[in-house]
Structure formats: C-alpha cells, structure tokens
Design a protein around this ligand. Structure first.
Ligand code: ZN
Length: 560
C-alpha cells in the first residue's frame, strides 16, 4: 500500500517511506527526518473532506503518519475547547486572548495527542512493547493509551516527578523505573535499557508520530478561530481559515511548539491561513537553556546541568537539536520570543488563572501565562493581536506549596456543648465564629461597572479583601462613612459629584478624612487638577495600568 507521505532526512535529504520500527535514515543513519505530504493536492481536497468528521485529531488524518486510524484505540483525543479569556484579557488589555484548554484531554494534558498517535502507529506496525523517559505527563498519557492498545510500557521517571503522578502511571500497569538523577540522565538510562532488550524507544521530537501529532493543535486553532472570528480579511486576505497572531506555550524539550509550528507552516503552504503566528516559548528560569541561547543569538543551547526549578515537568536541561530547529524556524519567521519566568511568577499566574478565569492549571502551564504577562508588559504582544495560550496539565499536590495557610474557614460541629436541645442555636453560634470580617476593607468607587469588576477581580486574585462598591460620588461618601474602609480606590471622572468633590466631602468628616486613597483616572491630569490632589491622596494610577502588579503593591503598602 502506498503511503500518503514520505520522510525526508534532515541531514542527507534522502527520501524514504515511514516504518515506525525503523526510525533512522536508511542512507546516513540520521534520526532526524521530516514527514512531507502532498500539500498541493491536500490544499484542494482538505476543505471538502473535513466537514462532517468528528472534532478530534483523526479529523486531519491525511496530514498524520497513520494509514488507518483505529477508533477502538481512541479515548477522545484532541478537539479541546478554545476559551475566550475575558477577565484576564481585560486585565492585560488583550480583548482577543484565548486559551486552548488541553486540560480537557483524556489524561488532562496535550501529550494525549502524542500518545494516541504513537500507540496507533505502533499498533499499525505490530510493535507491542516500548520504553519512554518522562518528566511526568508523557508517561501518564502513554500509560493510558498503551493500556488501551495492549502495549507494554516501561517508563523511566526522575525522582522529582511527584509521587501522585508516579502512582497514576503505575495504576495503568506501566513498569515504573524511578531514576534519582536529572531528566537527561533518565533519558540516557531509558535508551540503554531499550538497546539492551531490543525494545522500541520513544525518541521524542525525533519520533515522527510525536512531532506530527502536535500539528493538530494548529489545525484545530485555525478552524476554531475562524468559527469564532470569521476569516481574516485584512489586507485583502482570501485564505479560508484564520490563525492567531501569537501562540504561546511553556516548554520543556520543545516538541510541542515545534510540532505546532510545523502545523501552521503546513496550513500556510496549502494557502489555508494567511500567515503562521509568532511563537512565544516560555521556560522556567531555573532551567532555561533555550532562553540563554536565544538571547545570545546562538542556534545551539548549552545544557543546564542542574535544573533549579520546582516545576519538574519543565526540567529538560538539554534540548539538543530540537532547539536548533526552533531557532531556525523562528529566525526564518523573523518573529516570536523565547522568554523565561521564575517559579514565583508561575505560581502567581496559577492564582490569577484560577481566580479570574476559573481554571485550575498545573505549574508548567502557569509558566506560559506568566510569560504572556511578561511579553505584554515588554510591548512584544500588542493589544490588538489575537493571542492563544496552550493550557495543559494535571493539577497536582503543589497547591500545598502555593496556597499557604489560612485559606479555609473551620466550623467544628463535634464539640460537646452542641447539646441536642440547643442544637439549632449551637449551629448558628458556630457559624458566627466564621470570621468573615477579618480581611482588610476596601471601597471601590467608579461609575463604570466594567472597571469595578476588573478591580474586584484583580484584588480577589491575589488576596482576601472585603470589598464595597459605589457607582457615584454621593453614594460613595455615604458608603465610606458607614463602612469605614481601610482604603479607598477612587475614580476622578464621574458625572454629577466627581472624585475631587468626593475627596472634599471626605475631608470634612473626622472619621473619613484620614482614610488613604488611591486615585484611578483614565486621562492625564492638568496642572490645576494635580494641584487639587496634592495632600489628599497617596497614589495616582492610570486605568489600563492594572496589568502590572503596581495596583496590588500599592494596595498592600497602604494597608500596612
Ligand atoms: Zn540521511
């Protein structure tokens, strides 16, 4: 049976068919080969065959290294939702911010695409045992799909992989080999083990099914964005699908973004999208070999020998040739960014994703969002651009490390003094001990409901506050006198009684004149206006400045 694609060796250019069990170039032995499809033909046929197919990775089977997808092996991989991040977008000034929610895959990570295609490909080739090394998520995905396909899996995991993840791997029947060493060492051990036993070894980026599977993220995004926003008609574009302006992903080894880039490039080659997006690759600062090389304009990354990050999933110290390929592609595209963020920034992002968008994400995915904030602040990502962030991952026991103490309200109903006869009273008394009023009190005064909501969300995303709102000056003065907040956030430009008049009114009363005020304004102030503020207020902030931590820092400083 003739194949619908061919492999081309990256080193010698030799063209050969794809056999899953023979990963090397038959001519020069190189493990680096590209899958190439009949793009001219597909450009014509693809738009006709897609409608009516289910929204999963097999929808794009003509662009995958598989002959005959077996539905019995499927767990519903791919076809994840694209979520409009309305609140986070408002905070960052990005109205077109979207989240590709890969948490909703069968094992909660984007690696499900890879596992599904890898196992299907091995089954097609009659291979029933394999070896992989993993920082966690790959092993879980592979284990689930291997179990389904009846393939025996050996997973080499570093001891940094959280115990909960390791147990999940074992639950699927995978043989877990725990390596007390780095991920790169685990990879070496896995390779040696596979060689000794003559078993199939997962080669990550060099395994054609692995890389090809990631293209489906790009294909889905193009279809989803087109459905949401219509086709991209600026500059007379006639391509049927749309692509984002930016695609961001946290990386460990780099397989994900490299595959997604290939997907977008193929769509572009076929004329289905006007342009591929710029790629934002985000690493954890304690293990960021790509970032170091990128900053020095080098196409080879120097391996990080001892990764120093709590985010074990991202601790690939040596990205090898994957980075070189990413560098080449980004250099050709003359765009994109490779950036790093600290663990602390990532943990903060976990908070705001959960509290602003209702998404509990794993630290590795939070790295991408922390990177988003950084790229927006640096002006790399512009407010009119369409941005997609890949969100993946298991929630794992790291909450313990980022949540701290005192987040729960305790009610103990086991106490003896809750006698039967007085039980109802006892319950009410117990409820009243829940100290809802122990948090700092903040008044928000603004006539625009959107701004009040935004400020509320920003404050709630990073701390516990008791918030009071007023939408005009008159109500604000009354409310402040009544509630005695510890701090006031005050809009200057309001109809009828404006912020200046509110301040004057507060000055007249002994109980309100000393409450600190942060003034929030949408415009530059005149000299006269500035003069009126002198002595009254603590801080002046511009609307739209909220994306950085200034507002929170000011709030915290003034509450002390
Ligand atoms: Zn070759």
């Amino acid at each position: 049976m003739s194949s619908h694609f061919i492999t081309v060796c990256q080193d010698c250019g030799y063209k050969s068919p794809f056999l899953p069990g023979s990963p090397a170039c038959p001519k020069c032995g190189s493990l680096w080969r590209d899958a190439v499809y009949d793009y001219a033909n597909l450009a014509y046929t693809l738009p006709f065959v897609l409608p009516g197919r289910p929204f999963d990775i097999w929808r794009y089977r003509e662009l995958l290294p598989i002959r005959d997808p077996n539905p019995d092996l499927s767990l519903g991989e791919g076809g994840t939702p694209l979520i409009h991040a309305n609140n986070l977008g408002m905070m960052l000034g990005l109205p077109n911010l979207y989240i590709k929610d890969e948490r909703q895959g069968p094992t909660s990570s984007f690696k499900d695409r890879q596992a599904a295609l890898m196992m299907a490909s091995l089954k097609e080739a009659g291979i029933n045992e394999m070896v992989c090394a993993s920082t966690g998520n790959v092993a879980i995905s592979y284990s689930a799909y291997a179990a389904r396909a009846g393939i025996k899996l050996w997973a080499f995991l570093t001891s940094l992989v959280p115990a909960a993840k390791m147990r999940e791997v074992a639950l699927y029947g995978t043989q877990v080999v725990k390596i007390t060493g780095t991920y790169d060492e685990a990879k070496q051990m896995a390779a040696e083990f596979a060689k000794q036993r003559n078993l199939f070894l997962d080669l990550g980026t060099r395994s054609i099914p692995c890389l090809e599977s990631m293209k489906t993220v790009a294909f889905e995004l193009a279809e989803q964005l087109t459905a949401l926003l219509g086709r991209d008609e600026k500059n007379g574009q006639t391509a049927p699908w749309r692509s984002p302006d930016w695609y961001l992903q946290a990386v460990s080894g780099g397989l994900g973004p490299l595959g997604v880039m290939k997907g977008f490039n193929e769509l572009h080659t076929m004329g289905l999208i006007p342009n591929p997006p710029q790629i934002g690759i985000i690493q954890a600062e304690g293990c960021a070999p790509m970032v170091h090389a990128w900053r020095q304009h080098k196409d080879v990354a120097i391996p990080v020998k001892s990764p120093n990050t709590l985010i074990a999933t991202l601790a690939t110290g040596d990205p090898g040739r994957t980075y070189t390929q990413i560098y080449k592609k980004m250099d050709e595209a003359k765009g994109g960014a490779i950036e790093s963020v600290t663990d602390e920034e990532a943990f903060r992002a976990m908070h705001f994703l959960a509290k602003m968008e209702g998404l509990s994400i794993e630290p590795a995915a939070a790295v991408a969002f922390a990177g988003l904030v950084k790229l927006v602040r640096a002006g790399k990502i512009k407010s009119n651009e369409i941005v997609v962030v890949n969100c993946t991952g298991h929630t794992m026991p790291i909450e313990r490390n980022i949540l701290g103490e005192g987040w729960e309200h305790n009610i103990d109903l086991s106490a003896d003094d809750l006698a039967e006869d007085g039980r109802e009273e006892g319950l009410l008394a117990a409820l009243s001990t829940v100290a809802l009023d122990r948090f700092p009190r903040i008044a928000i005064v603004d006539d625009e409901p959107n701004v009040r909501t935004l400020i509320r969300r920003i404050l709630q995303s990073q701390g516990n506050y008791q918030l009071f709102e007023a939408n005009n000056g008159k109500d604000a003065v009354e409310m402040i006198a009544r509630e005695q907040p510890n701090l006031i956030l005050l809009d200057l430009m309001m109809p009828d009684m404006d912020g200046f008049q509110v301040m004057d009114a507060l000055q007249l009363k002994k109980e309100t004149k000393d409450i600190p005020i942060i003034v929030i304004t949408a415009k530059e102030l005149t000299v006269a206006e500035n003069k009126r503020l002198k002595g009254h207020i603590q801080t002046l902030m511009q609307k739209g400045d909220f994306m950085n931590d200034d507002l929170l820092d000011e709030v915290r400083a003034l509450l002390k």
